[in-house]
Write a protein that binds this ligand. Sequence first.
Ligand code: FAD
Length: 465
Amino acid sequence: MNCDVVIIGAGPAGIFTALEMVKNKSSKKIVIVEKGRPVEERRCPKNKTKTCVGCKPYCHITTGFSGAGAFSDGKLSLSYEVGGALPELIGEDFAQEMINYTDKIYLEFGADTRIEGVEKNEEIKGIRLRAIQAGLKLVDCPIRHLGTEKAQEIYLAIQNYLIDAGVEILFGYNCKNLILENDSCVGVFAEKAVNANEGLEILAKHTIVATGRRGADWLERLCEEHGIAHQPGTVDIGVRVEVRNEVMEAVNQVLYESKLIGYPKPFKNKVRTFCQNPGGFVSQENYDNDLAVVNGHSYKDLKSNNTNLAILCSHNFSDPFNQPIAYAQKVGELTNMLGNGHILVQRFGDILDGKRTWQKELARSNVKPTLPDAVAGDITAAMPYRAMINIINFIQAVEHVVPGFASPETLLYSPELKFYSNRVKMDSDFNTNIPGLYCLGDSSGWTRGLMMASVMGVLMGRRLI
Ligand SMILES: Cc1cc2nc3c(=O)[nH]c(=O)nc-3n(C[C@H](O)[C@H](O)[C@H](O)COP(=O)(O)OP(=O)(O)OC[C@H]3O[C@@H](n4cnc5c(N)ncnc54)[C@H](O)[C@@H]3O)c2cc1C
């Protein structure tokens, strides 16, 4: 197969590349290779089975048209300060201009016009004052909340728009490798996800890898094999915290998401809150290597009694070990082993008391786990000491901002791991050291959110029109 542009991965980064080209009436032939299914065929069987059945050949939560975005909470962060390091590459003002532009595209395809976190200034001032007193920074970030079910409708509209415009989307194809000739990238080799014997060579002038965090270790192998210049990324290790909505109400109502950052003693590492889901649900996602990790999301209409959010500690390595992904995988595997393959959950009070949580003890609390197949146990038996101390001290600081947050019944789920791909070296036009090859979105290591990945796609699309 021959084309002008081949895009690997139909997540926001890949989709917005094609979208920007089509919107600007590009006549180039675009092919998208996506190992998952069209958005309307993506279903997580857990709604019926109540427990994760470990779908093969891939998890529907993170794979298929719109990538990890389809089943995500769909919170579009509208500030350049949130969502990754792309502003370092293209400049903060330009990043903000592009966020505003890309936000308008989401609105065109049906996003809610309401923006959270921009009104109620007096209340926000009060939250900030308490954060300052607790030694925490409150980051301002307006949020447009799509909601899990509405996000799927928006991405379906985009999918149909692209197909109607002649973009060819090869669903069910897994890209295996790049094709290089004379040190330039001239296309990719893909094979059917369910039948590896059916292969396809796609030759293209421009090859764009936009495979998300799921593709992080695959891309790492490609970097080694083809000499793609990169530097080791960061990995975030933490927990997913769940409390009753009453505890978070003051923050949920004015900010929707409280982005707090701290550097707790004694290590003074950066610890932050991430992905807050008022009335949301804790969820499980499975990686291809069978690693089960915890996440969270919330629907626009269906609400639980709880709010969940992640608390993450960033880890960087240098010498003699610089493989952050492998490190976090080991932590995840150990935690999965203790949970017999399930997500572990423990009450905060039990952690302070130095005891595990028993399943029957969960029923004694006000907060009921929204991840029913999580297994009560001892997350401290698998969590590295430094990360655990950071988390405990950070939770105790957040208690000053949100009284009740550090209550003994607060639930901590593990492993909450955020793998950020090794950062692919590129210039501000996204040129890598391999002519014809570009890396975008979360797989490039430069983004870690829907909006920033979409922005990177828009900019790539503009370049290729
Ligand atoms: C449960 C959950 C909730 C989230 N909530 C939010 C949120 O509220 N707000 C926010 O900003 N971010 C959120 N995120 C993160 C956000 O979804 C990602 O940052 C974003 O989707 C990254 O976009 P991307 O295009 O770089 O990659 P992805 O969305 O991961 O898409 C990559 C695509 O590439 C495909 N792919 C991978 N490897 C191959 C291959 N070899 N061959 C073919 N196809 C391949 C995958 O199937 C996938 O469809 C959430 C993520 C999860 C998992």
